[in-house]
Design a protein around this ligand. Structure first.
Ligand SMILES: Cc1cc2nc3c(=O)[nH]c(=O)nc-3n(C[C@H](O)[C@H](O)[C@H](O)COP(=O)(O)OP(=O)(O)OC[C@H]3O[C@@H](n4cnc5c(N)ncnc54)[C@H](O)[C@@H]3O)c2cc1C
Length: 362
């Protein structure tokens, strides 16, 4: 082991790190900040692709989601970690990227409505609802709230701004790492070109499925398409959900609208049929004239068990992993990064449910 403060480290100060992270998406950026807060010297290597899952994500954080209207397990714990973390990084960077948002969920079927009449009465669900509920839920000049719905307290991370402002503050280098060609494993450290570190951690998103050291972690990734639209009437800056979602951008009347799930075509090419699907679902309930300004697609890093995993490689003690943030990266990344940092710095055992070694074997 090379402690960061050893003479060796001091002599090689410009090239020696405690941790090198591969990937500057939500996972890599959030882990980097936690490690820096813990006093670690961190370098991020990032391929600087113009489109990635994190760069196009809407950053929505919503307590009650999905067709079955389920409260995200341990939402309060994840949300508290997320709010505290993003607020600290806002202070460090001088930028504001975490916003409280009202999220209105409209029912798209009688089944959903019936489901909610039972579930929505529970105190743990009620705690997330606006009190009193707005009436009407959707201004009839904008659209049709049909079979009703509910308004809840949510939040939104401006992911692109979070990544950009973090990049200014963190140490990083533009590099598409080739794990076989660029990485050398030594008994007590790893080296990547002229850099050396005690640990090298994959935060590569979906690309981790091709990482030769972690190919044993099975992925079930899903491509998502998302549109940016300008509405031609004033629309309040709330999130609206009904089969798809409309999310404000901070620019008046410009919203992100998405998204689709495609498990077959795992590429970043915007799909015309996905655009048709998004526009059809939007026009089903939202009648404001609009212009599509752009259309992007990226692949969500979903691990087969639909939960992110962290930890060190069972046979290569210097290689680590933080991937699989799936559809809820903005909510989950800070809590996971916190647990992983505690493990790396203080040897606090990882909770079984997020420990890569407790789920899969090489
Ligand atoms: C359309 C869409 C909408 C979404 N909306 C939301 C939302 O509203 N709320 C939410 O919470 N989540 C949302 N998500 C999911 C969210 O985007 C993901 O959870 C999150 O982006 C995953 O972050 P990541 O860092 O793991 O992966 P990525 O964002 O893919 O980042 C990986 C990074 O690593 C780099 N990289 C990969 N391999 C290498 C290598 N070998 N060398 C160097 N660099 C490398 C990549 O270039 C990239 O920068 C959405 C996703 C999509 C596609």
């Amino acid at each position: 082991m090379i402690p960061a403060t050893s003479p060796v480290a001091d002599n090689l100060a410009e090239t020696t790190y405690d941790v090198i992270l591969v990937g500057q998406g939500l996972a890599g950026t959030t882990l980097a900040w936690h490690l820096v807060e813990a006093g670690q010297r961190v370098l991020i290597l990032d391929a600087c692709e113009p489109v990635t899952s994190s760069k196009i994500a809407a950053g929505l954080i919503t307590p009650i989601t999905g067709q079955r209207l389920v409260l995200t397990p341990r939402y309060d714990e994840f949300f508290a970690a997320a709010r505290a973390f993003y607020s600290r990084i806002e202070q460090r960077t001088g930028q504001t990227f975490f916003h409280d948002r009202v999220a209105t969920r409209l029912f798209k079927s009688d089944d959903e409505q019936q489901n909610w009449t039972v579930r929505g009465r529970r105190p743990e669900y009620q705690a997330h609802l606006l009190d009193p509920q707005p009436a009407p839920l959707l201004d009839p000049d904008l659209g049709n709230s049909g079979s009703g719905g509910f308004a809840m307290h949510g939040a939104q991370l401006d992911v692109a701004l979070y990544l950009e402002s973090s990049r200014v503050a963190l140490e990083w280098e533009s590099m598409a790492l080739d794990w076989q060609g660029d990485v050398t494993l030594h008994p007590d450290h790893i080296s990547v070109g002229r850099h050396r570190a005690r640990r090298l951690i994959s935060c590569e998103g979906y690309a981790a499925a091709c990482n030769p050291y972690f190919a044993w972690v099975p992925f079930n990734p899903a491509k998502g398409d998302i549109l940016t639209v300008r509405f031609h009437l004033p629309v309040p800056p709330h999130c609206l959900h009904r089969g798809i979602w409309l999310a404000p951008t901070g620019e008046p009347d410009i919203f992100r609208v998405g998204s689709t799930y495609d498990w077959e075509n795992l590429d970043q090419t915007p799909s015309p049929s996905a655009r048709v699907e998004i526009e059809r679902k939007m026009k089903d309930f939202f009648q404001v004239p609009y212009t599509v300004l752009d259309h992007h697609a990226a692949v969500r890093p979903i691990i087969t068990q639909s939960q992110a995993l962290v930890g060190m490689h069972p046979a290569h003690a210097h290689l680590g992993y933080f991937n699989g943030l799936g559809s809820k990266g903005s909510l989950h990344a800070p809590w996971y990064a916190g647990r992983f940092t505690d493990y790396l710095i203080n040897q606090t055992p990882l909770p079984d449910e997020i420990d890569i070694c407790k789920h899969f074997k090489p």
